[in-house]
Write a protein that binds this ligand. Structure first.
Ligand code: FMN
Length: 417
């Protein structure tokens, strides 16, 4: 957290203005409420929003081998409530809602307002019972304590990763901004449980096209099939799996983010965004973990000049000094195994404190491919935010012109897209 200066009101005022100038978003809503809402502020006017991609990204978040039957109830769609007209942004905050179709099956049990016993009686018992058996690994126990809530359901409804549907919609719009300056962002799965794909430093944006034919989001078809088998076995064992996802961003010019203050360091922002996704527990930028075991002479990417600066290698993952360095940005994120188990772990009840079995509820065996799609979205947001800060612009044309001017000024030789 940034320490407040003594001139408190001034600082607060700066924050509010800053939030309007930069990109920012907020989400609201619960897993089985009417829907998940997002408000995204700061998008320049004139961005053509790719409706098909928005829809495709929402569908990709729901896909992937190992998801629960919930995904067949929901067919996510973003309804735009404000900030756009005729397919393009108009400068005001964009607001949207992704409706929860499952809400209709919960009725009074998810009403925002007080309900009568009769109204509740019409809802299935499973949906109305108070949950008092917190799950290890979930937000349940600390959540009820912190907010003084009587029912674990009050916690899990918001802690649930259903919230990420709105973040994916926000990310899709940020990709539209990034398209305008030639940046693309791609996620894939590199490990599920014990099955991993061989690292490939030379991936290009084109290599990600095959993912529409994969079941788990792994570029290599044989490894993807092995991942399916790993998930199948975990499901039979009534267990869950985590894994590792990787996001690569191509086309970033040098200098997005800044070393000038800790809040502007793009590596920190990306790591924070990655860990803000439910169940993500570690982040690696470039060859971060291996680099820590090697000497500097084997780690740092040597420079050469050929019509502009390039690096021979990309062990830094495209980020140095809190800024992009012009090489592809490479981020790997570790996801823990999901905490809701069909063979429940031990817990103690909230009312009697007696030993009990944790809540069993419809749940994914793994959501690793969905997590890669969410990670793409949050990293697209961070890159779009850094681009807006660097190039400014109330209209997208202004932002593009500033970007072009910058490219004409710097001696940079971009990698092949
Ligand atoms: C796309 C996605 C889907 C998820 N689905 C489930 C699920 O079905 N069951 C579950 O127990 N956790 C699921 N999680 C993880 C939990 O939401 C998460 O573990 C929980 O909120 C506790 O937060 P933490 O793991 O970040 O500490 C999912 C996470 C993501 C990103």
């Amino acid at each position: 957290m940034r320490a407040r200066s003594q001139a408190e009101p001034k600082a607060a005022c700066r924050d509010t203005l800053w939030e309007q100038m930069t990109l920012s978003f907020v989400t609201s809503g619960q897993s089985h409420g009417p829907g998940i809402v997002a408000i995204l502020s700061g998008l320049p006017a004139g961005i053509h929003v790719d409706r098909d991609r928005l829809q495709r990204d929402l569908a990709r978040r729901q896909a992937g081998y190992g998801r629960s039957p919930r995904q067949s109830i929901e067919t996510d769609e973003a309804t735009i409530l404000g900030g756009m007209r005729h397919g393009r942004t108009i400068g005001g905050p964009v607001s949207l809602i992704v409706e929860n179709r499952d809400h209709a099956n919960w009725g009074a049990a998810q009403s925002a307002w007080a309900v009568t016993e009769e109204e509740l009686a019409e809802v299935a018992a499973r949906r109305t019972r108070t949950v008092v058996v917190p799950r290890p690994g979930h937000a349940d126990l600390s959540g009820v304590m912190k907010y003084e809530l009587p029912d674990v359901r009050d916690v899990l409804e918001r802690a649930s990763a259903r919230e990420t549907s709105a973040r994916v919609a926000v990310g899709a719009m940020c990709k539209d901004l990034l398209d305008a300056i030639g940046i693309s962002v791609h996620g894939h799965v590199v490990r599920v449980g014990s099955v991993a794909t061989a690292p490939n430093a030379a991936l290009t944006a084109k290599d990600f096209d095959v993912l529409s034919d994969r079941q788990v989001g792994c570029i290599d078809a044989d490894t993807d099939a092995k991942m399916v088998a790993e998930i199948e076995q975990a499901k039979k064992d009534q267990d869950t799996l985590g894994g590792i996802i990787e996001v690569r961003a191509f086309g970033c010019p040098p200098g997005l983010g800044s070393y000038a203050s800790e809040e502007l360091r793009l590596d920190a922002r990306i790591a924070g965004a990655a860990l803000s996704i439910q169940a993500m527990k570690a982040v690696e930028i470039g060859e971060g973990w291996e680099n820590a075991t090697l000497r500097g002479s084997k780690v740092h990417d040597e420079l050469h000049y050929d019509n502009g600066y390039r690096r021979e290698t990309n062990r830094a993952g495209g980020l140095e000094g809190g800024m992009t360095n012009g090489e592809p940005v490479i981020v790997r994120i570790a996801m823990k195994p999901l905490p809701t188990l069909m063979k429940p772990l031990k817990t103690a009840t909230l009312d009697t404190h007696e030993p009990a079995e944790a809540l069993v509820e419809r749940s994914d065996t793994t959501a690793i491919w969905a997590a890669a799609v969410v990670a793409e979205a949050v990293i697209a947001f961070e890159l779009a935010r850094a681009a807006k800060e660097k190039f400014g612009g109330d209209a997208i044309g202004d932002l593009v012109a500033a970007h072009q001017h910058y490219l004409s000024r710097i001696p940079w030789s971009p990698a092949a897209p």
